[in-house]
Design a protein around this ligand. Structure first.
Ligand code: CAA
Length: 405
């Protein structure tokens, strides 16, 4: 078993760390305070190859493996969750799904510009009245001739107000909708420019304030038949498949957030004195810092295992879900303790830990709540759930690269 990262991984880690530390870290407090998403980040991420990370070179991607997506996610969320969210929706949920389920035409038309960062992509499953209950969506896609007409509203969509391409899920079989049979849901690529499409930004959220989160509405949006992803009726499976990659980025990102909490706490514990000594000398502070380290190391091993399974072409729904659940819950613990270590200063946004505390909570909710993941893990153990092979799988990473050649 080899736990070493290769040179390509280390280079990626270092370049993302340097870029985010130089270009975003000094401004993030102000962006967060102003609730401002900065779209100038996209071309910079594209120049680093991040918007095409883990996508094959033949589609204009970086040609790196799936661990690279995790490493980039970890480094981005070390600075701010809003950066990692871009990778989650653009690469994890959307582009890797097109890579695995899309036609050649769809790949050329959508994946290639997405990998280069010329077009930004996101994912539309959640609705105002359907989150965990993904079968509960109400959007419909009515077929007339060789076109579908999509009507519905999607909510809590990252990059809703800035993305160009949307991977949207809607019922294409209304009889199956009545019975909640998920084989009546289909997946579509929808372009922002389509008539009947509108979007907005959610103003009331209290975390990930430097990120764009919103909604979009579709009123009889005309989508050509060739924009259906997979076959009609495969949409639910495609949504679940997409979440396998999205949850991977969330797991790795939350791991970066734990590390950020740990590092900020260590720094502060060496600077601040109380009762005549650095607070790091107090055992109860040590206890919190030690917990952060154990959570960080365990979370990292879990997402690395999920990434390795993806590299070798093995299904990782179960392992990815475990990694996502563990890392996000641990990040909430780490952020809460980081604020505690900072005492009253942790309660002020003069220090970053208050932002970490606000940012961590979203990931305990989105892409499968803590409760959904607990149920899934229990169901695997109890034999109530098993991962069956799907028609399309994530392509394994090139064997030559796995061998380190
Ligand atoms: N890959 C491929 N196929 C899969 C799959 C996967 N990971 N998971 C399930 N499937 C298949 C199953 O095999 C099954 O097909 P068969 O019947 O042919 O075997 C079919 O899909 C139905 O699967 P389930 O029976 O598991 O479906 P379920 O209804 O029991 O799922 C659930 C329940 C696990 C709770 C699921 O609804 C779920 O994960 N909910 C959470 C949804 C979520 O995470 N939403 C966040 C979206 S994020 C967003 O939209 C906002 C944004 O900006 C990103």
């Amino acid at each position: 078993m080899n736990f070493d990262l290769n040179d390509e991984h280390r280079l990626l880690e270092q370049s993302v760390r340097e870029w985010a530390g130089r270009e975003v870290a000094p401004r993030i407090r102000e962006l967060d305070r102003q609730h401002r998403f900065d779209p100038a980040i996209f071309p910079q991420m594209a120049a680093l190859g991040l918007l095409g990370v883990s996508l094959p070179a033949e589609y204009g991607g970086s040609g790196t493996d799936y661990l690279s997506l995790g490493l980039a996610s970890e480094e981005l969320e070390y600075v701010d969750t809003s950066l990692r969210v871009i990778l989650s929706v653009h690469v994890g949920l959307n582009s890797l799904t097109l890579l695995s389920w899309g036609t050649q035409e769809q790949k050329q038309r959508y994946l290639v510009p997405q990998a280069a960062g010329r077009k930004i992509a996101t994912f539309g499953l959640t609705e105002p009245s359907a989150g965990s209950d993904a079968r509960g969506i109400q959007s419909v896609a009515i077929k007339r001739g060789d076109r579908y007409y999509l009507t519905g509203e999607k909510m809590w969509i990252s990059l809703a107000d800035v993305a160009d391409h949307f991977l949207v899920f809607a019922w294409s079989d209304l009889e199956k909708k009545k019975k909640r049979d998920p084989s009546g849901i289909s997946a579509f690529v929808v372009e922002r420019a389509s008539a009947g499409f509108s979007s907005g930004t959610l103003k009331e959220k209290w975390g990930i304030l430097a990120g764009n989160t919103g909604f979009f509405k579709m009123e009889e949006v005309e989508v050509p038949e060739e924009n259906i992803v997979g076959r009609p009726g495969e949409g639910f499976k495609i949504a679940m498949f997409a979440l396998d990659q999205g949850r991977f980025t969330v797991a790795a990102g939350a791991t970066g957030l734990i590390r950020a909490c740990r590092d900020a706490s260590v720094k502060y514990a060496r600077e601040r004195t109380a009762f005549g000594v650095e607070i790091g000398q107090h055992q109860l502070v040590k206890e919190m810092i030690a917990q952060m380290e154990s959570d960080y190391q365990a979370a990292r091993l879990l997402w690395l295992r999920a990434g390795w399974l993806k590299n070798v072409g093995r299904r990782s729904t179960r392992e990815t879900g475990l990694a996502k659940w563990f890392a996000t819950v641990a990040s909430e613990r780490a952020a809460s303790d980081a604020v505690q270590v900072h005492g009253a200063n942790g309660y002020s946004d003069e220090y970053p830990v208050g932002r970490f505390y606000r940012n961590c909570k979203g990931a305990v909710i989105y892409e499968g709540t803590r409760e959904i993941h607990k149920l899934m893990q229990a169901d695997y153990l109890l034999g109530y759930r098993a991962d069956r092979p799907t028609r399309c799988e994530l392509p394994p990473y090139r064997a030559a690269d796995l061998a380190g050649e």
